[in-house]
Each structure stands twice: as structure tokens, then as C-alpha cells.
Design a protein around this ligand. Structure first.
Ligand code: 6PG
Length: 229
């Protein structure tokens, strides 16, 4: 996909969260009907929580759903910064807790070894039926940050890697990360980017040189941009 998909503007974050949850449930319902299971990737950050609240007890064959993360901070899963903690508390708190969740961060101190382990685990869920991403004001998605030393590898659509480690960078990220690669995202049947605020809309509509634009260009499935003021 090369052109910017239309930006779907919603009245506010609640309406955008409604739309994201509906799209996820529709995609997973279709996947389960077609293939007996659904593969979902969910993101961290401050935006997606209301989507997870809407999904947590939504009517779906959750035992047939497999969930993993778009990226993870290299922190203890009990840390308030942990994306795994966010997902366990907001998404896996109700009926959706019957899904199979694959964390990216495992025990152990070596982030590169963890990236290899996560790579193997994520391969079991690829191609993803639906991916929910946020976007930073710098145009990053997952933990694919502009200027980061691993960005070229992370954005290589021909990469054999599905998960890579990302070192801290200036100005971001403040801590090491694990991240899905563009190669992992490209085969997804549906990618939802959920973003709020004028600054992020300007990034989406601006020069197509940010990680989000690389994802849009590489995506072989549908990409939807869900935005609210
Ligand atoms: C993370 C996310 C990251 C996030 C963007 C947007 O670990 O922080 O996966 O990619 O989606 O940074 O974050 P906000 O939703 O907080 O703006």
C-alpha cells in the first residue's frame, strides 16, 4: 500500500475506541469462522486502554483467540510501564482472559535472547488477523523509533526477523524495548492505527518518511487510520 489511507475522523476518543473495538471484533469473528482461530496484536501506551475495556467482556469465542504485543518495554511485568501489565489489567480482565496471551518479555537478563524467543513465539501467530497500533508524535509505531540504531533492520520488509531488540535512544525510547518488525506487520490482514490530537494528524499527513508511513507502504492487507481530536 503506498497512498495514505483516508483518515477516519471521530467526534472524540470514545467514538474512536468504539470503532477500533468493533473493527477488532469483526476481524476476529471472521477469522474464527474461516480458520477456527483469530490472531490479535495489541499495543501499549496511553491511547488503547478504552479499546481494551470495550473488548474485555465482548461476546467472542475468546478461547480461540491468540494475542501478543506490538512491543514491550524492558521492564518488570509488574512495572506500571509494562505493556504486558496494561494488557493483563485492561484487556485480559474479563471473558477475553480466556484468550491465549503471548508476552514478548520473558524472564532473563539478555534482551537479544528474549528477542529470539519472542520471534519464535510470534511466528506461531503470523499472519496476524488484526493489529492495533498507536503512534507517537514522532511517527513511531511499535518501538520502531526514528533515528534508532536498529531502525533500518526494523523497517526492512524483507527481514527474516519478526521481533528485534531496540536500544534506548535520544530522545526516545528511555529504556530498551522489544518490538515487532515491519516484516512481522506487513502480512497482517488488517492494521488499525489509533491516534489522537492535531499533532499526530499532522504527522500522518506530513512527509511520508516516518515509521508509520513505511508500515503503510509495506502493508499487504488493509490499513485503517482512526483519529480523533
Ligand atoms: C508503547 C507503544 C507505542 C505507542 C506510541 C503511542 O510501548 O508505548 O507500543 O508504540 O503506541 O508511543 O503512545 P500513546 O498512545 O501513549 O500516545
Amino acid at each position: 500500500m503506498t497512498e495514505l489511507p483516508p483518515i477516519e475522523a471521530f467526534a472524540g476518543p470514545d467514538a474512536a475506541a468504539d470503532a477500533a473495538a468493533d473493527a477488532i471484533l469483526h476481524a476476529l469473528t471472521h477469522a474464527i469462522a474461516e480458520r477456527g482461530h483469530g490472531n490479535l496484536v495489541v499495543t501499549g501506551g496511553s491511547t488503547p486502554g478504552p479499546v481494551y475495556d470495550r473488548l474485555a467482556n465482548a461476546p467472542l469465542a475468546w478461547p480461540t483467540v491468540r494475542i501478543t504485543l506490538s512491543d514491550e518495554r524492558w521492564v518488570d511485568p509488574a512495572s506500571p510501564e509494562s505493556n504486558e501489565k496494561l494488557v493483563r489489567e485492561r484487556l485480559l480482565s474479563g471473558a477475553a482472559g480466556q484468550a491465549t496471551f503471548t508476552a514478548l518479555k520473558a524472564d532473563g537478563a539478555d534482551i537479544d535472547a528474549a528477542a529470539w524467543s519472542a520471534d519464535l513465539a510470534v511466528a506461531e501467530l503470523s499472519p496476524f488477523d488484526v493489529v492495533l497500533l498507536g503512534m507517537g508524535a514522532d511517527g513511531h509505531i511499535c518501538s520502531l523509533f526514528p533515528g534508532n540504531p536498529m531502525l533500518a533492520d526494523g523497517l526492512d520488509p524483507a527481514s527474516a526477523r519478526l521481533v528485534l531488540a531496540a536500544p534506548p535512544g535520544d530522545p526516545a525510547p528511555s529504556q530498551p524495548r522489544l518490538t515487532l518488525t515491519l516484516a512481522a506487520l506487513a502480512s497482517a490482514r488488517l492494521i488499525l492505527v489509533l491516534a489522537t490530537g492535531a499533532a499526530k494528524r499532522a504527522v500522518l499527513e506530513g512527509p511520508p518518511d516516518k515509521p508509520v508511513h513505511h508500515m503503510i507502504a509495506a502493508a499487504r492487507g488493509e490499513v485503517r487510520l482512526l483519529w480523533s481530536a
